[in-house]
Design a protein around this ligand. Structure first.
Ligand code: XMP
Length: 327
């Protein structure tokens, strides 16, 4: 049987009972596969890697070594949440690497979006590789949050999609316990494993993170303003019950300024661009008709609370022609 093919009669996991049955089955399978060996996992904080981490912690506890690389381009509170949930609540064996300075130094003055993506992707692999080398001798398995759409999209050939290429001399066997599941099933399982709702319902977040939302050459002050404005947007969407209802929503901050007046004094500060989209597969996307009062509240809070922002706009462009991200 092809282990990368979902059996046609496999029931869709939609209830806590089905999720718990899957969890029990996988705990046994993981223990059988791994024995007393150690397993390494790149824990991004996204749904898939978080659920795989929680599943492995249940199965093998501290035999799992989670590595969370904070590239300094995470959203507000995200790396802290990873540490809180996995280290404090689940008592995981977690290696937390704050690589903010390394990333921001490499990105200094780089304005071209694809060049930024390449730098962030390559450096991410370098940092993870360094950590993998530190524990390489004791580790035999690499766990990944591969899910079924990843396999379908890549025809089963994309083996290391989450961590990119690891060095050839580090030979790990793969452990991919949710590779036959769809995203909604992974969420049901995450909930049963006790992960917080904000982690289970986390919207898609690009690998390069806020790096492609701090438009043009990234500066620390503008990145800080972006992070605060984005946090306000997420807080207000959650308060309005839109978490999990609007597919993706975020703020981008461009590298030019707009004129304003603040307390009778001329201000010359950045605009914050709100982007919200609904989509099925991210290939096309529609812009939702957001409640006017919600937009006004978000605007007022960003203008009031975020230093450096003096204007807020809502991007009405569907995809096509506008991509979801600005860069
Ligand atoms: P676009 O901007 O191409 O985005 O319409 C489609 C979806 O992909 C996400 N995205 C990325 N994800 N690395 C990622 O892992 C990237 O470089 C990247 N660029 C865009 C985007 O957030 C949206 O969900």
């Amino acid at each position: 049987m092809d282990s990368n093919k979902r059996p046609e009669d496999m029931e869709r996991i939609t209830t806590p009972e089905l999720a718990n049955a899957f969890i029990d089955e996988q705990v046994d399978a993981i223990r059988a596969q791994v024995g007393d060996q150690k397993v390494l996992l790149a824990l991004s904080g996204g749904v898939d890697s978080s659920v795989v981490a929680a599943l492995l912690i249940k199965a093998i506890g501290k035999q799992l070594i989670c590595v969370h690389v904070n590239h300094g381009l995470m959203r507000k509170g995200e790396s802290e949440q990873v540490v809180d949930v996995f280290q404090n609540q689940l008592d995981a064996n977690l290696v937390y690497v704050d690589a903010t300075d390394r990333f921001l130094e490499l990105l200094d003055g780089v304005a071209e979006p694809e060049a930024k993506r390449k730098i962030i992707g390559a450096e991410f692999i370098r940092v993870f590789e360094e950590e993998a080398r530190k524990v390489g001798d004791e580790v035999s398995f690499l766990a990944q949050g591969t899910i079924y759409p990843d396999i379908l999209e890549s025809d089963g050939v994309k083996a290391h999609h989450n961590v990119g290429g690891l060095p050839d001399d580090l030979q790990f066997e793969l452990c991919e316990p949710v590779k036959l599941l769809y995203k909604d099933e992974v969420r049901v399982i995450g909930r049963e494993l006790g992960l917080p709702e904000s982690m289970v319902e986390r919207q898609p977040f690009p690998g390069p993170g806020l790096g492609v939302r701090c438009l043009g050459a990234i500066t620390r002050d503008r990145l800080g303003a972006l992070r605060e404005a984005d946090a306000i947007l997420r807080e207000e969407f959650a308060a309005a019950g839109l978490e999990g209802k609007v597919w993706q929503y975020f703020v981008s901050v461009p590298d030019f300024r707009a004129t304003g007046v603040r307390d009778g004094v001329r201000a010359f500060e950045w605009p914050a661009i709100i982007r919200a989209v609904n989509t099925v597969d991210a290939m096309t996307a529609e812009v939702p008709e957001l409640d006017w009062a919600l937009l006004k509240k978000i605007t007022a809070r960003i203008l009031d609370e975020v230093p450096g922002i003096c204007r807020v706009v809502y991007d009405l462009t569907p995809k096509p022609i506008g991509t979801i991200e600005w860069e």
